[in-house]
Each structure stands twice: as structure tokens, then as C-alpha cells.
Design a protein around this ligand. Structure first.
Ligand code: ADP
Ligand code: ADP
Length: 223
């Protein structure tokens, strides 16, 4: 069974008087373990699609099932809980909290979901070791390089043992050599934890490293 099913999804945004269709009748099935790249010009609806799958926003029309849950018909509280346990998210600009150390950033989602401090700390240490940052546990984001910040963000995305990783231009703010290393790390983690990956990217090279490329244009998806 698909882990993500999107059926006839349309998303409108209201900008004052004007209504924009960010997504138009999008259909998609993603199977467990697939790595999928989402490519297309700026403004075509890629982030909107990611937000709907993350349950951060809801569709205007159509249905979205994530790991069997009908995300289109759940309330905010239920969505937040499911998002926290099923989905890990990685961003272009890392989105680390500047006042928290690396390990505290990684622990935070677990603490927010009610995991005990000692358990969260153990998991965070293990994940930071896994991404090669055992020597950076107590460093703050401003003391880390871009590649290191993205590796902390990856560890944070994995702390709740998600099934799906949503990544919005994860290498978009890194130089090409660092991008390559972060991409390899993502691929290693995807295999190791049997993750499903949906990654927005502008880079054809990055897209080619995945199992499947989805092209988006003007809110429509072409497989
Ligand atoms: P992409 O990620 O491909 O750059 P987006 O999904 O961010 O595209 O945007 C798709 C369209 O929806 C664009 O026309 C954008 O201006 C519009 N849009 C996105 N988010 C909002 C919002 N919160 N309010 C109004 N319009 C939005
Ligand atoms: P990566 O390849 O993982 O991005 P770098 O080789 O860029 O890592 O950086 C390694 C280390 O050097 C980082 O821990 C970072 O703190 C330190 N570092 C990088 N750039 C600077 C800088 N401009 N000032 C101080 N420290 C830096």
C-alpha cells in the first residue's frame, strides 16, 4: 500500500480579492521506501504540496492519506500529533533554534512529544554520532558550519523515528561539496531506517540520485 496517497487535491490561497490555485487536481502515490524528488520552477506549488503532506496546511479539495490517516479530515491537534510521530522535516535554512545547543535542538521534538529527558538525550546522542557530530553536542548553531547545521537538523528530523522525511531544498544553502556529503548522508539514513523520502530540489543532479522524479508546473504534477 502507498504510504502517501493524494487524490484530486486542489489548494487555493486567497490574496485579497484574488484566488490563486497553488495546486490543481494533484494525484500521487508514494510507496514505502521510495526516494522521490519534486522539481519545478519557483511558485509552481512544491512547498504547498509538502505542507499538505506534513499536515501543516489543509487542501481546499481532495483527499490526502498519510500512513493510512485521512489528513484532509483531521483537526489540528490530531495532525500535530501524527506529524510529530510519522514525519520528519528538513528545511533549506536548517531552522535550528539559535539559543539551544546541537543536542538540545535534536532533543526538542521528543521532549515536546512527551518522551522522557533521559531517553530523548540518549536518542539525540546516538543520532548525532550517526551523522558524525559526536564532537559537536554542546556547540550552538552559530558555532557550526552549514553542513554541520544540516546534519543536526537531520538528526532532529529522525528523533521521533519517523517513516517519512520531507525535505525542502535540503542542500539549497550549501556549497556543492557539502551538498554532496549531506545528500549521501540523507541516502544512507533513508536506507538504514527504511524511510520514505520526498525532497524538493532545484538541482537536476540531486533529483537524479532519487528513485523517481516528479515534475511540477503551475500547480500540476507530471510523473
Ligand atoms: P514553490 O514551493 O514551488 O516555490 P509554493 O508552493 O510556495 O511554490 O507557491 C505556490 C503558489 O501559491 C505561488 O503562486 C505562491 O505565491 C502561492 N502561495 C504560497 N503560499 C501562500 C500563502 N500562504 N498565501 C498566499 N499565497 C501563497
Ligand atoms: P562541513 O564540511 O561539515 O560544512 P566545515 O569544514 O565547513 O564543515 O567546518 C568545520 C568546522 O570549522 C565547523 O565546526 C565550524 O565550526 C568551523 N568553521 C567553519 N567555518 C568557520 C568560520 N568562518 N569561523 C569559525 N569557525 C568556522
Amino acid at each position: 500500500n502507498p504510504i502517501i496517497t493524494i487524490r484530486n487535491v486542489t489548494k487555493y490561497y486567497n490574496n485579497g480579492e484574488v484566488q490563486t490555485a497553488a495546486l490543481r487536481k494533484v494525484n500521487l502515490e508514494v510507496y514505502p521506501g521510495q526516494s522521490v524528488a519534486l522539481v519545478g520552477p519557483s511558485g509552481c506549488g512544491k512547498s504547498t504540496l509538502l505542507h499538505l503532506i506534513a499536515g501543516i496546511d489543509s487542501p481546499s479539495e481532495g483527499e490526502i492519506y498519510v500512513d493510512g490517516h485521512p489528513f484532509h479530515s483531521l483537526n489540528e491537534g490530531k495532525l500535530a500529533r501524527l506529524r510529530g510521530s510519522i514525519i520528519g522535516i528538513v528545511f533549506q535554512f536548517f531552522n535550528l533554534l539559535p539559543t539551544l545547543s546541537a543536542i538540545e535542538n535534536v532533543m526538542l521534538p521528543a521532549l515536546l512529544q512527551g518522551v522522557a529527558d533521559s531517553e530523548a538525550s540518549q536518542r539525540a546522542k546516538a543520532l548525532l554520532e550517526e551523522v558524525g557530530l559526536s564532537h559537536r553536542l554542546c556547540h550552538y548553531p552559530h558555532q557550526l558550519s552549514g553542513g554541520e547545521m544540516q546534519r543536526v537538523a537531520l538528526a532532529r528530523a529522525l528523533i521521533m523515528k519517523p517513516k517519512i522525511i520531507l525535505a525542502d531544498e535540503p542542500t539549497g544553502n550549501l556549497d556543492s561539496e557539502t551538498s554532496q556529503r549531506v545528500l549521501s548522508l540523507i541516502q544512507k539514513l533513508v536506507l538504514e531506517y527504511h524511510l520514505t523520502l520526498l525532497m524538493v530540489t532545484h538541482s537536476l543532479e540531486v533529483a537524479k540520485s532519487t528513485d523517481r522524479i516528479l515534475n511540477m508546473k503551475d500547480g500540476c504534477l507530471f510523473c
